[in-house]
Design a protein around this ligand. Structure first.
Ligand SMILES: NC(=O)c1ccc[n+]([C@@H]2O[C@H](COP(=O)([O-])OP(=O)(O)OC[C@H]3O[C@@H](n4cnc5c(N)ncnc54)[C@H](O)[C@@H]3O)[C@@H](O)[C@H]2O)c1
Ligand SMILES: CCCCC[C@H](O)CC\C=C/C=C/C=C/[C@@H](O)[C@@H](O)CCCC(=O)O
Length: 262
C-alpha cells in the first residue's frame, strides 16, 4: 500500500513500537490516530509528533483496548477526525503471568475486537476503501517459552487468528489484507525494564533470570529494526497472510512462505 494520504489507527502508541510505528507512518505522509491507556505518555507523544508533523496529522485518544466501548469510541473518533481508516495496527500488549486473564484480555481479546472493528470500517459496503491490518505477535507467537506461558498463548493466538482471516476470500474481495509481525526481543520498556530491574517488572514473568540470559544469547533488536519490518509489510503490494519474524541475529525472515493462504 502507498502510505501517503492514508489514515492509520495504532493501539499502544504512547511509547515503544506503537510510537515508532506512528512516527514512521507520519513521516511517509499518513495521518495517525493513536491510542493508549497511558494518558500522560500519550499526551507527551502527541506533543512531540504534532511538533514534527503538524497538529492536523496526529491525534491521541485515551483508550483502554480491554474495554469494548472505549475501543468503539476510538474508531468513532478517528472517523470523525480523519473520515476514513486504511491501516489498523493492533499493537498494545502486556506481560502479566500472575494476572494471566488480563494478559488474554489485552493481547488476545482486544486484538480480535480491533481487527473486527477495522474489517467493518474498511468494508467498501460500509463506505470503506479496503485496507491493511497488522497484528503484533512475537517470536513467542511461533515458539514456546517457559518463562511466559500465558503471553505465549496470546501471541500464538494472534498468529492463528490473523492467518485464518487472511485466508477468507470475503476480505480479499473487499481489498483488505491482514499480516502478522513477530518481533523477537527489542529495546522497549517491555524488555529493558526487566533487564534493569525496574520496580515490579520482574514479577510480570516467570524465571526472570532465565529470561535475561536468553536475551543475552539471542540479542536485542533496536526499535528501528522492528519499525523497518513493520513499514516493509505496510508498503508491500501484497502482505496478505504474511508472518514476518525479526530477530537480532537473522534479521527479517518471512515464515510459512511455501504455504498458500487460501
Ligand atoms: N519489546 C519486545 O521485545 C517485543 C517483542 C515482541 C512483541 N512485542 C509486542 O509489541 C507490542 C508493543 O510492545 P512494546 O515493546 O512497545 O511495549 P511497551 O510496554 O513499551 O508499550 C506498550 C504500550 O501499550 C500500552 N498499553 C498497555 N495496555 C494497554 C491497554 N489496555 N490499552 C491501550 N494501551 C495499552 C502501554 O501503555 C504502552 O504504551 C506488544 O504487543 C508486545 O507484546 C514486543
Ligand atoms: C522478558 C521480556 C519478554 C518480552 C516478550 C517479547 O514478546 C519478546 C519475546 C521474544 C523472544 C522469546 C524468546 C523465547 C525463547 C525460548 O523459547 C528459548 O528457549 C529459546 C532459546 C534460544 C536461544 O537461547 O538462542
Amino acid at each position: 500500500m502507498k502510505v501517503l494520504g492514508k489514515v492509520a489507527v495504532i493501539t499502544g502508541g504512547a511509547r515503544g513500537f506503537g510510537k515508532a510505528f506512528s512516527e514512521a507512518l507520519l513521516k511517509r505522509g499518513a495521518k495517525v490516530c493513536f491510542a493508549d491507556i497511558d494518558v500522560s505518555g500519550g499526551q507527551q507523544s502527541q506533543r512531540e509528533l504534532a511538533a514534527k508533523f503538524g497538529e492536523t496529522s496526529v491525534h491521541f485518544v485515551k483508550c483502554d483496548v480491554a474495554k469494548e466501548e472505549e475501543f468503539r469510541d476510538l474508531f468513532r473518533e478517528c472517523l470523525s477526525k480523519f473520515k476514513k481508516i486504511n491501516i489498523m495496527v493492533n499493537n498494545a500488549g502486556i506481560l502479566d503471568e500472575a494476572g494471566w486473564e488480563k494478559c488474554i484480555d489485552v493481547n488476545m481479546t482486544a486484538m480480535m475486537r480491533g481487527t473486527y472493528l477495522a474489517l467493518e470500517k474498511m468494508n467498501p459496503e460500509n463506505g470503506g476503501e479496503g485496507g491493511t491490518i497488522i497484528n503484533v505477535s512475537s517470536f513467542a507467537g511461533l515458539y514456546p517459552a517457559h518463562f511466559l506461558p500465558a503471553y505465549v498463548a496470546t501471541k500464538h493466538g494472534i498468529l492463528g487468528f490473523t492467518r485464518s482471516l487472511a485466508m477468507d476470500p470475503l476480505y480479499q474481495s473487499q481489498g483488505i489484507q491482514l499480516a502478522t509481525l513477530c518481533p523477537a526481543f527489542a529495546s522497549t520498556n517491555m524488555v529493558t525494564d526487566i533487564i534493569q530491574g525496574e520496580a515490579g517488572s520482574r514479577q510480570k514473568i516467570l524465571y526472570p533470570d532465565v529470561a535475561i540470559k536468553i536475551t543475552e544469547n539471542m540479542g536485542i533488536c533496536s526499535v528501528a529494526d522492528i519499525t523497518d519490518g513493520f513499514i516493509e509489510l505496510v508498503e508491500k503490494e501484497n502482505c496478505n497472510g504474511d508472518v514476518l519474524l525479526i530477530d537480532k541475529k537473522n534479521g527479517k525472515q518471512y515464515q510459512f512462505v511455501n504455504k498458500t493462504t487460501s
